[in-house]
Each structure stands twice: as structure tokens, then as C-alpha cells.
Ligand binder design. Structure first.
Ligand code: CAA
Length: 421
């Protein structure tokens, strides 16, 4: 039997303030429905300079260790997926290792490829374990990012930020990954990027959607071929895209997941028909596609609709949302996950939900995290957006969290307390 590998446990950190997306729409003179219906957003996380990528990563990681009483001597690798790191050379992983007091006997590094960096980290950890190189140890994988496009930009309503920490091991009690079944698709495109030194991303928004759709179709086809060969898709009575219990998509905004799901279905229906869909088939697909989205995808979008884009963490917030809503009923079922990073690189993979998924996700206390936030108005949002990158906030971090505490002697410093001695 193939060695099991995947996600054993998960924890989340989100900024403590949020802006209601309707308030943003009103301030920008935009019909609120454009953001709430057109993009599918409800709220957007607003990170102040103390809640940087390191602080969020360390907070998520310490929550993971504390909630699951993890023996850190059993962690042999720490990888942080991020596209909004704080230094061109020193990785976020090193800061996290130091802040949490993790042992020195581990491999630490960051992975970067836009929003795909988190999946690159997860797959590196899975490969390390499955190859036997881990020698029985586990990996700590953290995805951490602040999504920032700038005020008055088209991307403004799709900002956000969060970190997701995952324990990856040979005991995948949350999600056992179908290792070796991934489908990948990558190409050199300028859809979204952030030149060195710039704080805000540059994006060719509508083109980026086209690039994402081309990638999801390509990665899905590649995954489908491998999944079929492994016997995961053998119900001849249904389209293969319907044979997964659920689909989770990278969600730069919630509507993108809907576009992706409908696109995959449409490609598959056209392949089956051997021609573009005629008017009757299109009308039928409008109804059936909407129902399929509601059943297969909608439950994974809770956090994305309340936090916004979280770049590397987006797909894994989708996993957390889905298991939070349906972890018990999904135990033992296979789901698909699609990761997209602009530039671009993408990967479709699948996994089976573990029997303890509902119990594990309950320890992430997602409802409490959302409820503990403070709603801010547009004036406060704009004030925070204009704070210097290395500005500090007078309040010290609440227990169990970390915060950037200023640059001293050219070194970034942090305040906060770790879960481990
Ligand atoms: N009521 C309801 N819906 C409305 C509406 C109204 N009054 N007015 C407009 N809409 C709808 C539009 O029809 C559109 O929906 P469809 O795409 O389904 O037609 C939607 O609202 C958005 O309208 P626009 O396309 O006119 O919006 P825009 O041009 O201002 O910007 C955007 C949209 C391009 C997504 C922009 O927010 C952006 O650039 N975002 C950042 C880039 C991004 O997220 N790209 C996604 C793929 S790249 C990726 O995934 C990597 C990553 O994380 C960045």
C-alpha cells in the first residue's frame, strides 16, 4: 500500500480589523451589488503594519502547535509559502522558527510563486515525507500573505490577508492527499506581478481571469488523466468533474471560484459533445451549472467572502471553510483542490477527508476568529492604508499572537508570545 501523506491539522490567523465591502462601494461611488454580487465579497480584512506576513504566519503556527499539543521535536521541516515576504533574503520561515523557539534540527525555507507558493510548499513537504527523507518527522507548512492593490484601484475590493498553518505528516487525519496524482499547468504570462520595492501589486485584471481559466482547464485535464488511471473516476453515468464530492478553488474573489467551476464543466461537456454547446445545451447548463456550484463549491467560500484575497492561503482557507461547514458528512469522501499563482503556475490535486476532520477543524475556532474582529469605517481603513510599511502600532499583541514591533539596528523585531518554550 502507498504511504499515506497529507494534512494532519490546520490553524488560521486573520487581521483583527475588517471593512464591510458595502462601505467601500458607497465610498467609491460604486453600486454595492457590483462588489457583493458581481465579485461575491462581503467583508475585507484590513491588516495594519504590525500584522505583517511574519506576524500572521507566527500567530497561525503557534495556534496550530497549541491547539494540537504538537511535539516540536518531531517537526523536521518548516516551509512558508508567501509572495509578500518582508526581506529579499531572510525568509519568513526563519523569523517564524525564531519566534516560536523551534528546534535547530530542521530544514527551513520560503517558497514563492505568487499565490501558488503555498501549494509548492505543501507539495515539497508531501514529497519529502513520501520519499522517506523525513525519517518519520512531520513538516510545518505556513501560507501567509497580505493582498494589497491600493486605494481607488480596480483590485481594491479584492484585497485581504491571512495566514494558514498546516501540519503535514504521514497521519493525514484532516486530508489524505492523492500523492502523485496532481495535474499541473504553467506558462509565462504578465497577468499580475509586483516589481521589487513596490508595496502594491500590478494587475491586468480581466486578462488575469482569462489566464486563471486557461490554467484551471489545463490542470484539471492533466489531473483527470492521472485520476482516471488510478481508478478514482469510474462512474460512467456522470461527467467526471461531478465525481468529486466537492471542489475547492483558489479564490482571489468568490465569483472567480464560480467562473472556474462553470468553465471546467463547460470544457468537459464540450469534450463529451465533440462540439460547442448548442442553445438548448447552454440553457440546460445554466441551470445545472448553478446547482452544481451550490452543491460542490459554495461552502468553501465562507472565509474568502469575509476576509478577501489571501493569496497563498486562499485555497487552504477554502479547505478550512468547507470542513468547518461539512466536515462530518464529508469524512471518507474525495475532493478536488485547484491552486493558481499568477505568472503563472497552477496545480489540481485531490484528497480524501479524514475521519477526524470535523473535530480538528473545530479546534481552529473559525467562528470566534471572525467574531473577535472589529469593523472599521472607511476613514479608518484609509488611515491604515496610508501608514508607512514599517510603522508600528502602540498596542502590544494580545496573548497568543505576534506583532511587528519596529526596525532596530536594521533588524525587524517582533513582540508576542510563543506556544512552546
Ligand atoms: N450588480 C451586480 N453585478 C455587477 C454590477 C452590479 N451593479 N456591476 C458589475 N457587476 C458584475 C460584472 O458583470 C462582473 O461580473 P462578471 O465577471 O461575472 O461579468 C463583476 O461585477 C465585476 O465587474 P467588472 O469586471 O466590471 O469589474 P472591474 O473591471 O472593476 O474589476 C477585477 C474586476 C478585474 C476582478 C478586479 O477587481 C481586479 O483586477 N482584481 C484583482 C485581480 C484578480 O483578482 N484576478 C483574478 C485572477 S488572478 C489570481 O487568481 C491570482 C490572485 O490571487 C491575484
Amino acid at each position: 500500500m502507498k504511504q499515506q501523506v497529507g494534512i494532519e491539522a490546520i490553524a488560521v490567523a486573520i487581521p483583527r480589523r475588517y471593512l464591510a465591502i458595502e462601505d467601500l462601494a458607497v465610498a467609491r461611488g460604486v453600486a454595492p451589488a457590483k462588489y457583493t454580487v458581481g465579485l461575491g465579497a462581503l467583508e475585507m480584512a484590513v491588516a495594519d503594519p504590525s500584522e505583517d506576513t511574519v506576524a500572521l504566519a507566527a500567530t497561525a503556527a503557534t495556534r496550530l502547535l497549541r491547539a494540537h499539543d504538537i511535539d516540536v521535536s518531531q517537526i523536521g521541516m518548516l516551509v512558508v509559502g508567501t509572495e509578500t515576504g518582508v526581506d529579499h533574503s531572510k525568509p519568513v520561515a526563519s523569523f517564524v522558527q525564531g519566534l516560536l523557539g523551534l528546534p535547530r534540527t530542521m530544514r527551513t525555507f520560503d517558497t514563492q510563486h505568487a499565490c501558488y507558493g503555498g501549494t509548492a510548499a505543501l507539495m515539497a513537504a508531501c514529497d519529502w515525507i513520501a520519499s522517506g527523507s523525513a525519517g518519520g518527522k512531520s513538516a510545518l507548512v505556513v501560507c501567509s500573505d497580505i493582498a494589497r492593490y491600493g486605494m481607488q484601484s480596480a483590485g481594491e475590493p479584492t484585497q485581504g490577508g491571512a495566514a494558514v498553518a498546516m501540519l503535514v505528516s504521514a497521519r493525514p487525519e484532516l486530508l489524505a492527499i492523492d500523492h502523485g496524482t496532481s495535474g499541473v499547468f504553467s506558462t509565462d504570462v504578465h497577468d499580475f506581478w509586483r516589481p521589487i520595492g513596490r508595496r502594491e501589486a500590478v494587475v491586468d485584471g480581466h486578462y488575469s481571469i482569462e489566464c486563471y481559466l486557461e490554467a484551471v482547464a489545463g490542470a484539471y485535464r492533466a489531473w483527470r488523466e492521472r485520476a482516471t488511471a488510478r481508478g478514482f473516476l469510474n462512474d460512467a453515468s456522470m461527467p467526471r468533474s461531478e465525481q468529486l464530492a466537492r471542489m475547492i478553488y483558489h479564490a482571489p474573489f468568490c465569483k472567480m471560484a464560480r467562473k472556474a467551476h462553470l468553465h471546467v464543466r463547460r470544457c468537459e461537456l464540450e469534450e463529451l459533445a465533440g462540439a460547442p454547446l448548442d442553445a438548448a445545451a447552454l440553457a440546460r447548463e445554466e441551470r445545472e451549472g448553478a446547482a452544481s456550484f451550490d452543491a460542490q463549491v459554495a461552502a468553501s467560500l465562507l472565509l474568502a467572502s469575509r476576509v478577501g484575497n489571501t493569496y497563498t492561503g486562499s485555497l487552504y482557507l477554502g479547505l478550512a471553510s468547507l470542513l468547518h461547514a461539512q466536515g462530518t458528512e464529508l469524512a471518507g469522501q474525495r475532493m478536488g483542490l485547484f491552486s493558481y499563482g499568477s505568472g503563472c503556475s497552477s496545480e489540481m490535486f485531490s484528497g480524501v477527508v479524514g475521519p477526524r476532520a470535523a473535530e480538528i477543524i473545530a479546534a481552529a475556532r473559525l467562528d470566534e476568529l471572525l467574531a473577535d474582529r472589529t469593523r472599521i469605517d472607511i476613514v479608518e481603513y484609509e488611515r491604515i492604508m496610508q501608514l508607512p510599511r514599517e510603522g508600528t502600532i502602540a498596542a502590544s499583541p494580545v496573548p497568543g499572537t505576534f506583532g511587528f514591533a519596529g526596525v532596530r539596528d536594521d533588524r525587524r523585531t517582533y513582540a508576542g508570545s510563543a506556544a512552546v518554550a
